[in-house]
Write a protein that binds this ligand. Structure first.
Ligand code: ADP
Ligand code: MG
Length: 554
């Protein structure tokens, strides 16, 4: 029996890296700039504990584009690397990482493996025919030069470099010319780096830029190094939150309110979630939440991290526990993701409950936008449903003293206690899907003392169906349904100016005019301004018809 170890031919690594990372070439910017940020942050830490001596000066990162030379350079003033470190990090580690990568993913088509295996630096080779590294460590050692064209051969020797830090020069290859375009590079920087914690300057050396007046080139970093979510809620005003929202969505309407997330156990997570103004579900834009990992943009496809109904929200989530290389299959298997999911749901429910309890008038005012979201959440998430049962509100079809009136489920049940119970003792929630068309029925019901609520939005039909199974002892009935049949106590003793005989006659006449099945015609009153004749159909018949189950016969 022979024993041995599998050897991986390093010559094969680059073609494979290129192939695997093919889908998303632009992420080399994210990887190299975040390495530069890491190097700068490490230096700050080392300086604060006295390991890096002296004044570290202003830390800044420069991304320098030189289309004439066909280079893109990333320059930092961070810790730098000694020759030994270059050998360790850029030669060995990456190569062994690549080996592991090869073993693990042989034959699989997993995207964006980068980062997981310490291969971030190597993404440079997706777009470069040669990569050069000039680096000087904060330790008192000679500077180092490293150069590689993507083959396993590299050059490594000492050079003169007075200033601390690392400069990485990418010689952009022919297929990747797009990365020599200033607008393209700037757009990528904005996408991935706009909230990184170290100031990043974009320096455009193209002829076009040189023409410009020097004054005009006044330097401004492309990033906001202290985005709102990284600050303490107590340090932020309403304006700060609203301004940050506008920074994220320049054309967005002012949000209704927001939740500042801050968790450090059992996982790290910060962020701000905004409730946008929405009136109809078709106005909702999903994929508005951006996911960050230590202020590095990861993705705006948060489908597996945020519960579906929360995707209606806008804002930012930042978790270092979510790796940069998020891929769908990875996220689904990640235990942290499930916890994050549950936690965010809880936070959102708690915040809504808090506003409901402490500021009910403002909660009611926002209900038009909130309702859609709350109902959607109640239908799709049982944990949310449990909490939301306390703050879901239903609007009365009639205003009271010119003001809207709302009931929670419990409040409605109290109102309905004596009048609106059906034969099985269930509370009947009377609702209208169209207060104008169904006005006569609403009036008739209200005159009997019944409470009618509005259920007119797109989600309501589904919501009603689901809550009937989820809420105990509740039955929904549309106001134009055959109410009297369902309610035990009709409270309908009214005097009529018509004799019983006349009523019967009228009823017969209307009955002939409305020859549909299962329609009840009731003739009443005439003494008040109530509609004298009401035609109704049982709730279940109407729902069947709405569902199309009864065909066109009714
Ligand atoms: P990772 O960032 O996941 O460790 P990378 O391939 O991106 O993997 O980088 C490998 C290592 O190279 C880093 O951990 C770091 O030690 C070193 N390195 C890369 N870029 C820099 C830089 N700009 N300054 C200092 N060290 C760097
Ligand atoms: Mg890295």
């Amino acid at each position: 029996m022979a024993k041995g170890s599998i050897r991986v031919q390093t010559e094969n690594i680059f073609p494979i890296i290129k192939k695997f990372l093919y889908s998303d070439h632009e992420i080399f910017v994210r990887e190299l700039v975040s390495n530069a940020v890491d190097a700068s942050q490490k230096l700050k830490t080392l300086s604060s504990i006295g390991e890096a001596k002296g004044d570290i000066g202003d830390l800044r990162i420069e991304v320098e584009l030189d289309p004439k030379e066909k280079t893109l350079s990333i320059i930092d003033r961070g810790v730098g690397m000694t020759q030994e470190e270059v050998d360790k990090y850029l030669n060995q580690v990456a190569f062994s990482g690549a080996e592991e990568f090869l073993k693990k993913y042989k034959g699989q088509n997993e995207e964006n493996i980068i980062g997981k295996f310490g291969l971030g630096f190597y993404s440079a080779f997706m777009v470069s025919e040669r990569v050069e590294v000039y680096t000087k460590s904060f330790r008192d050692e000679p500077a180092t030069y490293w150069s590689c064209d993507g083959s396993p051969e590299f050059e490594l020797y000492s050079i003169e470099k007075p200033d601390r830090g690392t400069k990485i020069v990418l010689h952009i290859n022919e297929e990747s010319k797009e990365f020599l375009d200033a607008d393209r590079v700037k757009a990528i920087l904005t996408k991935f780096c706009r909230f990184l914690p170290v100031p990043i300057y974009f320096i455009d050396k193209s002829a076009k830029a040189e023409d410009k007046d020097k004054e005009e080139k006044e330097e401004k970093p492309i990033n906001n190094t202290t985005p709102a979510w990284t600050k303490k809620p107590s340090d932020l005003s309403k304006e700060d939150y609203e301004n940050f929202y506008r920074e994220l969505y320049p054309f967005g309407e002012t949000p209704l309110f927001w939740i500042h997330l801050n968790v450090d156990y059992p996982f790290n997570l910060t962020g701000i979630l905004y409730f946008p103004k929405i009136k109809q579900s078709y106005e909702i834009q999903k994929d508005k939440i951006q996911l960050y990992s230590n202020q590095v943009f990861v993705t705006d496809e948060v489908k597996d991290i945020v519960p579906e109904f929360l995707m209606l929200l806008h804002g930012v989530i930042d978790s270092p526990d979510i790796p940069l290389n998020v891929s769908r299959s990875y996220l689904q298997g990640d235990p942290n993701v499930k916890k994050i999911n549950a936690h965010i749901t809880k936070k959102v429910a708690d915040k809504l409950e808090e506003i409901f309890k402490n500021e009910r008038p403002s909660f009611e005012e926002k209900w038009e936008s909130l309702g859609l979201f709350v109902k959607y959440g109640m239908m799709t998430d049982d944990k949310f449903l449990d909490k939301a049962n306390k703050f879901l509100i239903m609007e009365d079809a009639a205003e009271q003293e010119g003001k809207k009136k709302f009931y929670t489920l419990d409040e409605y049940k109290m109102e309905a206690e004596t009048l609106q119970k059906n034969k099985d003792g269930k509370v009947v929630i009377l609702y209208t899907t169209d207060p104008i068309q169904q006005d006569a029925y609403i009036q008739a019901a209200q005159r009997k003392g019944y409470k009618v609520i509005k259920m007119e939005t797109l989600v309501d039909a589904a919501f009603i169906n689901q809550m009937e199974t989820k809420w105990e002892n509740v039955q929904f009935t549309r106001v134009d349904a055959d109410i009297t049949e369902n309610l035990i106590d009709k409270n309908e003793e009214q005097s009529s100016v018509l004799s019983k005989e006349e009523e019967e006659k009228l009823k017969g006449l209307f009955g002939i005019q409305i020859p549909e099945l299962h329609v009840t015609v009731e003739v009443k009153g005439l003494s008040t301004d109530a509609p004298p004749v009401v035609a109704t159909r049982p709730e279940f018949m109407r729902r069947m018809k709405d569902m199309g189950a009864m065909g066109g016969g009714m």
